[in-house]
Design a binder for this molecule. Structure first.
Ligand SMILES: [Zn+2]
Length: 191
């Protein structure tokens, strides 16, 4: 596919991902919290850092569109927090959950399976999510992440060193899903 049709598809997929992030966040109603204003957290370092960490995992597909998609997903994980901004009493980061990671990957992969290979889109969704968690550890410091929602709303505080293995895991998932791109890149370098 040409660049712009692929880019347009990436935008559509990102919009659907945003909708999933918001829909999943209603799970937070099971553990109501006083709503907070999240706009103040939408700083340059917050958004820029998530874009960068997402882009880094995505670029290992050796495909610019995929890297941009990963960067977009990595920011859009936080879209679920918008419910808190609108005064809905959810735990703001409730979709920072392994359940959301798996569900969003399966649903996106299934919806767009005729446009992009299921495992490729699922892999990029998981990898972008992991990059989001990795940067949250850096940016938010020791914050509790409800990794097991909706089964448990207890937050896990991940140690600073976890940033590297989580980001590397994201990279490895992308390398695996797009291995033919990595191989042809290596072949080109050899020539
Ligand atoms: Zn976050």
């Amino acid at each position: 596919m040409e660049f712009w049709p692929r880019f347009r598809l990436a935008v559509v997929i990102s919009i659907v991902y945003t909708i999933l992030a918001v829909l999943y966040s209603f799970v937070g109603l099971l553990n109501p919290q006083p709503p907070i204003s999240i706009i103040q957290y939408a700083t340059f370092t917050e958004i820029g850092g998530h874009l960068l960490f997402g882009f880094i995992v995505g670029i290992f597909s050796f495909d610019l569109i995929i890297a941009l998609k990963a960067a977009a997903f990595a920011v859009l994980v936080d879209a679920g927090k918008i419910l808190s901004e609108f005064g809905i009493p959810i735990q703001a980061s409730v979709n920072h959950s392994i359940t959301f990671m798996i569900l969003s990957a399966l649903i996106l992969g299934y919806i767009f399976r005729s446009k992009i290979k299921f495992e490729k889109l699922a892999a990029i969704t998981v990898a972008a999510f992991l990059s989001h968690i990795a940067y949250d550890i850096i940016d938010s410091g020791p914050t509790a992440i409800p990794l097991l929602s909706p089964f448990s709303f207890t937050g896990f505080i991940l140690p600073p060193w976890a940033v590297i293995p989580i980001e590397i895991l994201g990279i490895l998932i992308v390398v695996w899903a797009f291995k033919e791109n990595a191989l042809s890149f290596i072949r080109k370098i050899k020539i």
